[in-house]
Ligand binder design. Structure first.
Ligand SMILES: Cc1cc2nc3c(=O)[nH]c(=O)nc-3n(C[C@H](O)[C@H](O)[C@H](O)COP(=O)(O)O)c2cc1C
Length: 415
């Protein structure tokens, strides 16, 4: 885990993201692991996000000369031609997995020409990450903050100045989900790490045990060694004790709503506004009605609401509702090139990954993230060749079916 010297090589026996995950877990500090894998309540949504892919079977076509396949998306996204229909979803505090954190992730995205969304609660700043990832750093993910819209405006202005293309508004988190696991594991951001997009020492609203942000047990030496052996603490504008006494906790505005807040955002910036966390076709309609440039179907990696539908299961209904008016993207549980294929077959324009990036970061920093992207690319390419698809546009709805759907056809129609 050295961000500057020769990149470590991923061991040859690691062949899939699943192998990489196992390798990552050999070294990842328990506190970081608990944070990464955390989900709402009993974890049904997390399991569903992984299992849903195997319920869809693929029906290949043969003899179609797939000696060469083109993996580029058929349409521009964020006004750019990407190499793959795949991006890196925003996830907070990536320094937990590697000292170079979001800077390493962004650099890997840039080298593979895929997009990256930065979490507001990153450990490197909007500007630093853009500098590292260039045009791949397309979106700043945002929560609207209760009583602190001034901070939202400041972040938006910085994203505009730094060349971001979009504000990605996370709409699935009016409050943090019930996440007892995180509280039980006494998660607390290591003391040398900061939410560096803020000049004051705030505790973030999500993805951490709020009560313990300032009062929790000290981070252990082992946690520090694994989470960040070399990253120097960022300077603090407000000493931690002062922040604590002022109760400086950023809270997501629980009154967030389509009418007021989309209007406010549209009036505040001319950047594209994407909404992340759509799960109902009627919300897809609301998003379009209120001027969203695009949407990401997502259940926040199973971290918010337990027994929630998976993005893949609602994808066909949302694609039907949207009917091509804006791009429809998806995240949640994508671990294989075949998963990307199925999402595209069911109508997604583009997909995003969250946790696999952390496995790459933990094992080999920027090089590890690049390995994750390359592996998904290689797998998708093979699946497309075996499916008889020469380009992404040839991935069609009728190429995937559930077993019950197939059997219920009983030999009627072409199948
Ligand atoms: C550790 C972690 C932190 C996350 N932080 C954020 C965040 O700050 N903002 C956000 O909108 N989504 C966040 N997410 C959700 C991801 O953007 C994405 O929806 C999810 O990880 C996709 O599922 P996957 O991890 O199964 O690929 C986070 C996810 C993880 C795993």
């Amino acid at each position: 885990m050295n961000g500057t010297s020769t990149p470590p090589i991923i061991p040859r026996e690691i062949l899939s993201l699943k192998d990489l995950e196992a390798k990552c877990l050999e070294t990842m500090a328990p506190m970081v692991r608990d944070y990464l894998y955390d989900g709402a309540e009993e974890g049904h949504t997390i399991r569903e996000n992984l299992e849903v892919w195997d319920r869809w079977l693929v029906i290949p076509r043969m003899m179609r000369d797939t000696s060469v396949v083109d993996l580029t998306p058929p349409s521009l996204q964020f006004n750019h031609q990407w190499s793959l229909p795949l991006g890196i979803a925003p996830s907070a505090m990536q320094q937990l997995a590697h000292p170079s954190g979001e800077k390493a992730t962004a650099a890997a995205a840039r080298s593979m020409n895929i997009p990256f969304g930065l979490s507001t609660f990153s450990n490197y700043t909007i500007e630093e990450v853009r500098e590292s990832g260039g045009d791949s750093v397309v979106g700043l993910q945002m929560y609207l903050l209760e009583g602190r819209r001034d901070l939202n405006v400041e972040l938006i202005r910085r994203a505009e100045a730094a060349g971001y293309k979009a504000i990605v508004l996370t709409i699935d988190s009016p409050v943090p989900g019930n996440r007892p696991g995180l509280i039980k594991s006494n998660f607390v951001m290591p003391k040398h790490m900061r939410f560096r997009n803020f000049s004051e020492d705030f505790g973030g609203p999500l993805d951490q045990a709020q009560d313990t942000q300032f009062n929790g047990p000290p981070t252990t030496a082992a946690d520090l060694a694994t989470a960040n052996p070399e990253g120097p603490p960022a300077p603090l504008a407000v000493p931690k004790e002062a922040a604590k006494s002022r109760g400086n906790q950023l809270i997501v505005d629980p009154s967030i709503n389509w009418e007021r807040d989309m209007k406010w955002l549209r009036e505040t910036t001319s950047l594209e506004i994407w909404v992340k966390g759509v799960l109902h076709p009627l919300d897809a309609e609301e998003a379009i009605a209120h001027g969203a440039s695009g949407m990401i179907i997502s259940n926040h990696g199973g971290r918010q609401l337990d027994t929630c539908v998976s993005a893949l299961d609602v994808l066909p209904a949302i694609v039907k509702q949207v009917n091509g008016r804006v791009p429809v993207h998806l995240d949640g549980g994508i671990r294989r090139g075949g998963d990307v294929f199925k999402a595209l077959a069911l109508g997604a324009d583009f997909v995003w990954i969250g946790r696999p990036v952390w496995w790459g970061l933990e094992v080999a920093g920027e090089e590890g993230v690049r390995w994750v992207i390359q592996t998904l690319k290689r797998e998708l390419e093979v699946v497309m060749k075996l499916m008889g698809c020469r380009n992404v546009g040839e991935i069609k709805r009728e190429m995937v079916m559930t077993k019950s759907g197939l059997l219920s056809m009983g030999g009627s129609g072409v199948l």
